[in-house]
Design a protein around this ligand. Structure first.
Ligand SMILES: [Zn+2]
Length: 338
């Protein structure tokens, strides 16, 4: 991965290039931004460039020298990635992983260039791991660079944040993600627009989604919303216990349903269909407009957003979904006139 391959993120690249040219790269960077917009790619490109024998135009890695070849093969001794050791809703980076890196920092980089470590995501560092890293940040070793990728600085320790130079990564422009999906995966424009809307400007995420599967998930979500709207308490509780058991289905439900109400609100305000994520469901949207209105859609959207925040904060999923289900039920057809 080279700087020349990075999509978007011009401000970040401009900043790094200026710092590089002035010989003033920081010892530690905090790459803030959503998943899949290029934080790890920029870290790799920077590591490659710092270790390249013949950088192009004095800044981008050549791709040909032994160091670049080892970077490409993932076998460069001086580029390390520290990832969580466990998966799930609360992945953790443990103190042993940081200690192992700290032991290395007592020695100069093995290949004579720079030792670069990428910690991803920074939020996964438990307090002990963060404390251990702090020691490295306080006394940065020569020719070492620490890069922490995080969604936001809110969940990081302020002492870590204050010792890093912050660089903000932005979601990629819609047109760019649509184009990449069309070229890389051969998708139709309609499918590419659908996946792009669902990915929130994250190409990484969009690339993992399958249009057929997502259309199926959406069918399920729309059926669920209809059932909930006219449903009894039993329907709501059955729905919430089904979803609470399946993290992935749950994530998609919250996302697809939010986009659905967003689309309805957009359409109702006269936005053109090409701006809608669910632009291939116009007939169903028209039906929904006949049954309900913006007040109910906005309330449903707000309920989904609140549930999303609570789920991300790891509150009890079952309880969160019970409440969400009843809120969606209350916003059901005809509620406004009740
Ligand atoms: Zn090179």
């Amino acid at each position: 991965m080279f700087f020349r391959d990075i999509l978007g993120q011009e401000r970040v690249l401009g900043h790094l290039r200026a710092a590089w040219n002035a010989g003033r790269l920081a010892h530690a960077y905090l790459f803030i931004g959503p998943d899949g917009v290029g934080r790890a790619s920029v870290a790799r490109a920077l590591a490659a460039a710092l270790n390249c024998a013949k950088p192009i135009e004095g800044w981008d890695a050549c791709g040909e020298c032994p160091s670049c070849k080892r970077m490409a093969a993932g076998t460069h001794a001086d580029f390390r990635v520290i990832l969580p050791t466990s998966e799930g809703r609360q992945p953790q980076i443990k103190i042993e992983q940081i200690r192992e890196f700290r032991r290395l920092t007592a020695y100069p980089p093995m290949e004579g260039g720079w030792r670069v470590v990428l910690i991803k995501p920074g939020e996964a560092m438990n307090p002990a791991a963060a404390n251990a890293l702090l020691k490295t940040l306080e006394e940065p070793p020569e020719r070492h660079l620490v890069i922490i990728a995080a969604g936001s600085e809110a969940e990081l320790f302020p002492t870590i944040v204050s010792r890093c130079q912050k660089l903000a990564f932005t979601p990629l422009p819609t047109a760019l993600v649509v184009r990449e999906l069309q070229t890389r995966k051969g998708l139709s424009e309609k499918d590419a627009v659908f996946l792009t809307a669902l990915s929130g400007g994250s190409l990484g995420r969009a690339l993992t989604l399958d249009p057929g599967e997502m259309a199926q998930q959406r069918r399920q979500v729309l059926d669920d919303l209809t059932q909930l709207a006219g449903g009894t308490a039993t329907v709501v509780l059955d729905w919430s216990s089904r979803l609470a058991k399946n993290n992935q289905e749950l994530d998609f439900f919250v996302l697809l349903a939010q986009m659905w109400y967003r689309d309805l609100l957009l359409l109702n305000s006269g936005a053109p269909a090409r701006l809608l994520a669910h632009q291939d469901c116009l007939a169903e949207m028209e039906q929904e407009r006949g049954r309900s209105g913006p007040k109910a859609w906005f309330a449903a959207f707000t309920a989904l957003a609140a549930a999303h925040r609570q789920l991300q904060a790891n509150l009890n999923a079952q309880l969160t979904l019970d409440i969400l289900g009843f809120r969606l039920q209350r916003q059901g057809y005809g509620y406004e006139s009740r």
